[in-house]
Ligand binder design. Structure first.
Ligand code: HEC
Ligand code: HEC
Ligand code: HEC
Length: 436
């Protein structure tokens, strides 16, 4: 960490603590514990709506730990400030939120405070969930209280250093970064756009991964791309590096199935998101796709228009596809070594005419950072539920670090017109260290 960053930290910390002290006066009170609500007391239609919304909010993805008990918490979330564990949100009155009234639940979702009035860490994306309407929060509450089995699992304590272990400092964070306001529809946009914006910005909390964060962990530069669990969550705005622009239909395919013929397959932390959207209603996923397409810039092209506009890239992609008549013979020694790895291990699937997206059109090879492609090649593709036949074996065990660097350098050179990735050796070494 450079000196300027440390200085930045100290200044920011001072601000947080000062504002936190200031906010002490306005701290939250405890809301009364209730007897867990009768499971059958909720309207079934409300519960079903809640099920749908809970999936869009990925509540289960985050609130399920290694024990594998849904919603019982315990998943470790590494942050620059230490490790935060998700809590048990099953209806168990002691370990979970069974003693929480709907009011307490709503306050947590809108303001990031627990029933007893303690501030919650923004690793829980309440800065996003705050946009959600009271009605939708009531539906999620109904679903959790009636259909999620209670579990008495107690997740581990957070491991945070001073001063981040002082929850009151979050009052400062909230003053700076939490806008406690519900979603306001934009009258200049149509109903589909507004529905999509509501879900993507709010419950879907897509920007939590897809936006960079400042030193205090707050989102900046909306959808400019961020990092999540070592993976690049790429830019979704006009800085997207996808060779063919994302149309609404391509996004529908990607968000439902995790695969699109113009873009390739999803991987890493995006896979559980997509798996949860797989069974979701068109009423929700289509608008989300429409909104994300709009983020990429207006006017939004149809798939055909996007392909037409990318005709050069497609021609290039086809030209460099691997086949008998078109083997690579890079003059450069380093690239030639990568080509040999490719010929021996990859070409049998990744070649002209295979039922597979040409590598030159896939996102990962075009990303500004090799984090994802290196994990895909190392760990293989464990495809999402909507694209089960598209799996690829892990090459981690059969490739040395040098082989891996060589083949990645070769892929970037052959299949894109983008500058070479720098520090590939370092990226590979870092990714390997993560495994231990
Ligand atoms: C990105 C991960 C993540 C997602 C997604 C997420 N949560 Fe959480 N949630 C957390 C973390 C982490 C905490 C604990 C924060 C803390 O310790 O301060 C938490 C805490 C909570 C709490 C407070 C519980 C308590 O015992 O204090 C509630 C309620 C909650 N989440 C509900 C939800 C609901 C409902 C959803 C889906 C709409 C959801 N969460 C989605 C990470 C997540
Ligand atoms: C937990 C972090 C996380 C969250 C939350 C998340 N994403 Fe992603 N997303 C990723 C990662 C990582 C990738 C890269 C996947 C890959 O390399 O295959 C990705 C890829 C994508 C892509 C492909 C972009 C491209 O150019 O290839 C789209 C589109 C996308 N996400 C949309 C969404 C939407 C919409 C949401 C909200 C519903 C969302 N994401 C929520 C992490 C996340
Ligand atoms: C047994 C067949 C097979 C082999 C061998 C194979 N792949 Fe794959 N690979 C796939 C499939 C299937 C996909 C999913 C993409 C699709 O369906 O379009 C994929 C996807 C990828 C992707 C991700 C593209 C994206 O969508 O973002 C990369 C990168 C990749 N492969 C590189 C390699 C490299 C490098 C090798 C050799 C070390 C290799 N593959 C060997 C079958 C294979």
């Amino acid at each position: 960490m450079g000196g300027r960053r440390i200085l930045g930290w100290i200044v920011l910390l001072g601000v947080v603590l000062a504002v936190g002290a200031f906010a002490w006066a306005g701290r939250y009170g405890e809301l009364e514990a209730i007897a867990p609500p009768d499971q059958n007391s909720f309207d079934r239609q409300l519960v079903e709506r809640g099920r749908e919304l809970t999936a869009i909010g990925d509540c289960e993805v985050c609130h399920t730990g290694l024990a594998g008990i849904p919603f019982a918490g315990g998943l470790a979330l590494p942050t620059p400030f230490g490790t935060i564990y998700t809590t048990n949100i099953t209806p168990d009155p002691d370990a979970g939120i069974g003693a929480w009234s709907e009011e307490a639940f709503r306050r947590a979702m809108h303001e990031g405070v627990d029933r007893e009035g303690r501030y919650l860490y923004p690793a829980f994306p309440y800065d996003r969930f705050t946009l959600t309407t009271d009605e939708d929060i009531a539906a999620i509450y109904a679903y959790i209280m009636s259909d999620v089995p209670a579990s008495d699992l107690v997740p581990p304590e957070n491991e945070l250093g001073f001063p981040f272990n002082i929850r009151l400092s979050l009052a400062g964070w909230n003053l700076l970064f939490l806008k406690n306001e519900r979603f306001q529809p934009d009258p200049n946009q149509d109903e589909e756009w507004n529905r999509g914006a509501y879900l993507v910005e709010g419950l879907g909390h897509c920007g939590s991964c897809h936006s960079p964060r400042n030193l205090m962990g707050a989102e900046v530069n909306h959808y400019d791309g961020g990092f999540a669990e070592g993976w690049l969550a790429p830019a979704l705005n006009e800085n997207s590096t996808a060779p063919i622009r994302w149309s609404r239909d391509a996004l529908v395919n990607y968000l439902y199935d995790g695969w699109d013929r113009d873009h390739g397959v999803t991987a890493g932390p995006m896979t559980p998101i997509v798996n949860h959207l797989y069974d979701r209603s068109e009423d929700n996923v289509y608008p989300m796709a429409a909104y994300v397409a709009w983020l990429g810039g207006t006017p939004v092209p149809t798939s055909d228009e996007a392909r037409e506009a990318a005709a050069d890239r497609i021609a290039f992609a086809n030209e460099v596809e691997w086949d008998e008549a078109n083997p690579p013979e890079p003059a450069d020694e380093d690239l030639a070594r990568g080509a040999v790895v490719y010929r021996d291990l990859c070409a049998k699937c990744h070649k002209q005419g295979a039922d597979i997206v040409p590598l030159a059109l896939t996102s990962t090879v075009n990303f500004p950072d090799p984090a994802n492609i290196l994990r895909v090649v190392r760990d293989g593709v464990r495809p999402p539920r909507g694209a089960m036949n598209r799996s690829m074996p892990a090459f981690g065990p059969s490739l040395t670090d040098e082989n891996l660097v060589d083949v990645l350098r070769f892929l970037r050179d052959r299949y894109t017109d983008k500058p070479a990735w720098t520090d590939l050796d370092k990226a590979v070494a870092e990714a390997r260290a993560e495994l231990h």
